[in-house]
Design a protein around this ligand. Structure first.
Ligand SMILES: *Cc1c(COP(=O)(O)O)cnc(C)c1O
Length: 371
């Protein structure tokens, strides 16, 4: 377990898996698991759709269910075409591969998923140079993007891509105001750069900003969103963009070994996710709000309520007797799972498999632990 005081944003704390091993076993029906919305299980309707899915060989373009999912995703996001991929990471990386050349420089936020949590794939796969900028809780200031751009000098790398993330995971589920996205797009376009939107939780961002997701997506050339987070599908993400971009991304996906065959079995669950699970994300946001307000009232817990905009709550533990990993272990004894993301901060993510009662149980447990 990391021992240095590792303040949020200055480094990435690595004790998650260690904490997991130390957690006492609990029977799964008593567990409140707020580690991530990726833990959501497929609904009975998804399982039925999977069992009955019409399939074909998707590498030949012949899986009708995959084709339907790609078309529906593109339509919802107002783009020409879509590509079903294994994970959000694959979606982001094929998007970078399809929009950059070796030695280009890409601009992204320093806490972003693409920079921090994708195993340095940017550098290994696309051989691009990341230029990170600090945002406010993950949200970039368009003027900072403008100032970071390089001119056409033979010594300098070419800037070809800006990556934005909304909602921003490590920022605490914060969202880009639509006008900020628009401003970044304008700067990028004026300099001949593309914008990739890592919208792993794009539908959360849409709800939180009260903006149709196609309006958010309109400010990017490529967009990735996850079916397997709050939307509850077992596997998969979709990338959307122009048809020419998707053709390149499809080749990149094949190169990475992501060409799937009768993938309609997975896509069928994704269709149910898109068709039935978007609006209920509102409940997750309400639960996050209840959780955050309850946390704010506890001794030694510090939470910035303005930062809680979607289904993620990040808070600080400021006590002499207990640090964040210590509090995680105490919660685990009561069947409550969360992640410490630094020595003094904890992340909790609300989702469909934890109802309001579970949230209240977490607050009750914290009241007891913190006295
Ligand atoms: C979860 C997430 C991803 C993708 O994660 P996978 O585990 O690869 O599906 C990408 N970006 C953000 C912001 C995320 O939160």
């Amino acid at each position: 377990m990391s021992t240095s005081r590792n303040r949020e944003g200055t480094g990435i704390h690595t004790s998650w898996f260690e904490e997991e091993r130390l957690m006492p076993p609990t029977s799964s029906d008593q567990v409140v698991d707020l580690r991530s919305d990726t833990v959501t299980k497929p609904t009975p309707e998804m399982r039925r759709a999977m069992a009955e899915a019409e399939v074909g060989d998707d590498v030949f373009g012949e899986d009708p269910t995959v084709n339907r999912l790609e078309a529906l995703a593109a339509e919802r996001l107002g783009k020409e075409a879509g590509l079903f991929v294994v994970s959000g990471t694959m979606g982001n990386q094929v998007s970078v591969l399809a929009q950059t050349q070796r030695g280009d420089e890409i601009i992204l936020e320093e806490g972003s998923h693409v920079f921090n949590f994708e195993v340095a794939a940017l550098v290994v796969l696309s051989a691009v140079q990341p230029r990170t900028l600090r945002g406010r809780y993950g949200i970039l200031d368009p003027e900072d993007v403008r100032r970071a751009l390089r001119g056409p000098n033979i010594h300098l790398p070419r800037n070809t891509l800006v990556v934005v993330e909304s909602s921003h995971n490590r920022g605490g589920g914060t969202v880009y105001p639509p006008e900020t996205l628009r401003a970044i797009r304008c700067i990028a376009t004026a300099h001949g750069m593309a914008v990739h939107l890592d919208g792993a939780r794009l539908f959360n961002a849409g709800l939180a900003t009260g903006t149709p997701v196609r309006e958010l997506a309109a400010q990017a050339d490529s967009v990735t969103f996850c079916l397997s987070k709050g939307l509850g599908a077992p596997v998969g993400s979709v990338v959307v963009g122009t048809r020419a971009f998707i053709d390149r991304a499809r080749r990149a996906r094949k190169m990475l070994g992501g060409g799937m065959r009768q993938a309609g079995i997975l896509a069928a669950a994704g269709l149910v996710a898109l068709e039935t699970m978007v609006d209920r994300l509102r409940e997750d946001h309400e639960n996050a709000r209840v959780l955050a307000e309850g946390l704010a009232a506890l001794p030694g817990i510090v939470v910035d309520l303005a930062r809680v905009q979607t289904n993620i709550v990040i808070f600080n533990v400021e006590r002499r007797d207990l640090d964040a990993p210590g509090l995680i272990l105490k919660l685990a004894e009561q069947g409550i799972k969360a992640l410490s993301i630094s020595q003094d901060s904890i992340r909790m993510v609300t989702h469909k498999d934890v109802e309001r009662g579970g949230i209240l149980r977490v607050l009750e447990a914290l009241r007891t632990i913190l006295g």
